[in-house]
Design a protein around this ligand. Structure first.
Ligand code: GLV
Length: 309
């Protein structure tokens, strides 16, 4: 039997090499050239064409090469087999470090020092005390929890907001819509780590962004569609939001001419805060396949959400 591979066409040689290390006896067949659809028993995919996974009559499971699930939400014709999300601690750690980098950037005012350097100006500015610097992380799922913990371990004051109540060491965990205005209003930095689904699309809209503390900054490492672009731009222009570090956008790649490219208060990165690494991911995916082969359920099974997109 064989594995179907489609990482949206990206890094297939690296994936094949990494999968060979952990599943040496398995043939890996790259989409779209499938000599025999009956030979496929596992599919390792990202952003796979809608409906295609139904074509493999012996498919036992689908394994995602990423943690987001909107590509499955959009497919109304998924096969009736387990679908496994990728939750890779190495990826979560990268996202946590990315977040920490921007927290430090904003807290220690590195932007101001950069500008001062261009003017050959030597001037110190007081920084807020780390233990008083308030970070609010929205979304305490598997990845958000790791990021929150990393921020807490670095001495920041951290609260985390999620729909259902969570419990994390060193993190003030808040839940429910009613807790949100206070969470948003207290934070010096908001970090968006919410998953994208029908209830989070456009979640950070004009009203919620207006509830942020004046002069706070925002970091988005989840999905662009969660923050309303026009509302964000208008609050950046008014100064209510002092800066934004954006790794994700409504449209990716970010199109030429997008106001985010040239906005002086925006830092753009190309969805790289936690890129999947085939070496670490192939190990996790292979373990999930072996778990399924033993007749057990792997962690992080996907449950269908209805997507607006
Ligand atoms: C990346 O954004 C992912 O969902 O893995």
């Amino acid at each position: 039997m064989a594995i179907l591979l489609n990482n949206d066409g990206r890094r297939h040689p690296d994936w094949k090499r990494a999968l060979r290390v952990h599943l040496p006896e398995r043939e890996v067949i790259e989409y779209p050239i499938i000599p025999d659809v009956k030979a496929i028993d596992y599919a390792i995919v990202w952003n796979h064409p809608k409906g295609d996974l139904r074509r493999y009559p012996n498919l036992k499971a689908v394994l995602s090469t990423g943690s987001g699930t909107e590509h499955f939400d959009r497919d109304t014709n998924l096969p009736n087999v387990p679908i496994v999300r990728l939750i890779d601690m190495a990826m979560a750690d990268d996202m946590a470090l990315y977040t920490l980098y921007w927290i430090l950037h904003f807290q220690r005012q590195f932007e101001t020092y950069r500008q001062q350097q261009s003017l050959q100006k030597w001037k110190r500015h007081p920084s807020p005390i780390t233990s008083d610097y308030n970070i609010c992380l929205l979304g305490l799922g598997a990845i958000g929890a790791i990021i929150a913990q990393k921020i807490a371990n670095n001495g920041f004051k951290i609260s985390g907001w999620s729909r259902s109540q969570k419990n994390l060491n060193g993190v003030t965990c808040l839940s429910g819509e009613e807790a949100l205005p206070e969470a948003l209003g207290m934070a010096d930095i908001i970090v968006n780590c919410l998953p994208i689904n029908t209830s989070t699309t456009g979640f950070l809209d004009y009203v919620k962004l207006s509830q942020m503390k004046a002069g706070a900054a925002i970091i988005n490492i989840s999905r662009g569609q969660i923050i309303e672009d026009d509302a964000l731009l208008s609050f950046l222009d008014s100064g209510h939001i002092s800066a934004a570090a954006l790794d994700v956008f409504d449209q990716e790649p970010l199109p030429p001419g997008s106001p985010f490219w040239s906005h002086p208060k925006v830092h753009v990165t190309p969805h790289m805060s936690g890129a999947t690494n085939p070496d670490t991911a192939a190990k996790i995916i292979s373990q999930s396949i072996l778990t399924l082969e033993r007749g057990e359920a792997p962690n992080y099974l996907y449950q269908k959400q209805l997507s607006k997109r």
